[in-house]
Design a binder for this molecule. Structure first.
Ligand code: NOJ
Ligand code: NOJ
Length: 468
């Protein structure tokens, strides 16, 4: 009892301290989010690129990222879609950008490409030249997360448009309910529904196999697509998409490795790779279908997040130099890509930001669920969150932590604090004027790889929104 009282007084004092630290952090984060939005917008429909295209970064050499990657574009336009959904003063502008993206996506779908073989269906092509023409170089193809992510973004847009009564545009350009289809979402859903079980390249464009990230976003695309199909009077398709989503749900169980104690990213991961990968966390953030399946609060996910944090904490020199911050996070520990060529892997902005976003999303999900079930698998992560708030001595016991209890409050505060520590890590390494590249050096912290990677800025914005 006495120990508990001391713990709670400690918690009270540190709550006071973190509140003021969080307030001043908010000002800095909000300013960076505005800068990130500007950098992001500059990469959409650039003057020398096709209207509706999104280049991965402005850099044309060392590295050349001047391409429309289907994945990066979809994640970027998802941010624009969320702005559109807010119905702010620039609603019409966001709507125009999204319609241009729809048109450019349609052109991508119709452009013959090297992913076309052997079945003549090329929707897994990972990237196009900025003018929309086919990229003919050797590449890891197909990458089937692209059409799934594009369907997620455009399904959200379609829902908003239907609310606004813009039915004819939705039926013509987005979901026509025909086979063969001439509309972007329907084509993407047909592709995902028929191809999710085939091996493809992962989001890091390196290994062929079955990937957690790709399957999580495929599942979400099909679930949300089924609802859209139903709403638009295409019940046969709705049923088929839902069946395929259910099959993915079942398949995803395979990714939990009881012996390793984490979710692996790729079933067929090559020797020399542990399977531990921040793509798992990205899969949870972008593939969360809101139905509680492998949600942010899943103890599989929490165990994986903790393993990733510990691994990168020990791996990068930048993490050993900083006390009190959360670790900078890379793609996977064995990574050797340095942003241009192959030497040594580095922490990335978008993966570190994914950890920030993750902490807030866990917090919000708990707030909806109203209880926290402390288990053997999630306790280490939750204990870490408490430690960040300076209440490490609050020992977690397995079992239910009821809503409204002191411990519940302490865990929620700890999650917010941990998210803030990840933000502080990002802010420490960002470039002047709020620029964010792909990576920062694991030893020195200097920016590495493509400057102003569009996805880095998109990730900053969504993490900020999760914090709000
Ligand atoms: C470029 C890819 O985009 C990147 O993800 C990969 O790590 C490198 N090539 C090295 O294969
Ligand atoms: C390399 C990353 O591995 C890949 O995920 C991304 O699509 C490209 N860079 C372009 O940003």
């Amino acid at each position: 009892m006495r120990i508990l009282r001391i713990v709670l007084i400690g918690a009270f004092l540190s709550t006071y301290a973190w509140r003021s630290r969080a307030r001043s952090l908010t000002t800095v984060i909000d300013a960076q989010a505005q800068q990130s939005l500007n950098f992001m917008l500059a990469n959409i429909s650039r003057p020398d690129a096709a209207v509706g295209s999104v280049v991965a970064a402005p850099s044309k050499m060392n590295p050349n990222y001047y391409y429309n990657w289907v994945r990066d574009a979809a994640l970027t336009m998802r941010v624009i879609e969320r702005l559109y959904a807010r119905s702010d003063a620039q609603h019409a502008r966001w709507g125009r950008m999204l319609r241009n993206y729809v048109q450019f996506s349609r052109q991508n779908q119709l452009t013959p490409n090297l992913s076309g073989a052997p079945d003549g269906n090329g929707l897994g092509e990972p990237k196009f030249n900025a003018d929309g023409s086919t990229f003919t170089g050797a590449w890891g193809r197909p990458q089937n997360d692209g059409p799934a992510l594009r369907a997620i973004t455009l399904t959200a847009f379609a829902r908003d448009l239907l609310h606004e009564g813009q039915v004819s545009y939705v039926r013509q350009a987005l979901y026509d309910g025909q086979l063969p289809s001439h509309s972007v979402i329907k084509l993407d859903l047909e592709y995902v529904a028929h191809h999710w079980s085939s091996a493809c390249f992962d989001l890091w464009e390196e290994i062929r196999g079955h990937h957690f990230f790709t399957l999580m976003v495929s599942r979400r695309a099909l679930i949300e697509g089924a609802a859209l199909a139903q709403a638009l009077g295409d019940p046969g398709a709705a049923k088929y998409y839902q069946q395929q989503a259910d099959a993915i749900t079942f398949y995803l169980q395979k990714f939990w490795s009881p012996s390793r104690g984490f979710l692996v990213e790729t079933i067929e991961h090559p020797s020399g790779r542990s399977g531990l990968d921040s793509a798992v966390l990205l899969g949870v953030l972008h593939g969360d279908a809101g139905d509680g399946y492998i949600a942010p609060t899943s103890d599989w996910v929490m165990a994986t997040a903790k393993k990733l944090m510990d691994t990168f904490q020990a791996l990068y020199l930048v993490n050993k130099k900083t006390v009190g911050l959360a670790p900078a996070i890379g793609r996977y520990p064995e990574d050797r890509y340095n942003g241009i060529g192959v030497s040594q892997g580095n922490p990335w902005f978008l993966t570190t930001l994914a950890f920030a976003e993750y902490c807030y999303r866990v917090r919000t999900t708990y707030a909806h669920e109203r209880t926290i079930d402390v288990t053997k698998l999630n306790a280490p992560f939750l204990q870490k969150a408490l430690a960040v708030s300076g209440i490490a001595s609050a020992r977690l016991r397995f079992g239910i932590v009821p809503h409204g209890s002191h411990l519940y409050g302490a865990i929620q505060a700890g999650l917010a604090n941990l998210g803030d520590r990840f933000f502080e890590t990002i802010l420490r390494y960002r470039g002047t004027g709020g620029s964010l590249s792909e990576e920062f050096n694991r030893n020195t912290g200097v920016l590495e790889g493509a400057p102003n990677l569009t996805w880095s800025h998109a990730a900053f914005i969504t993490a900020t929104w999760a914090r709000d």
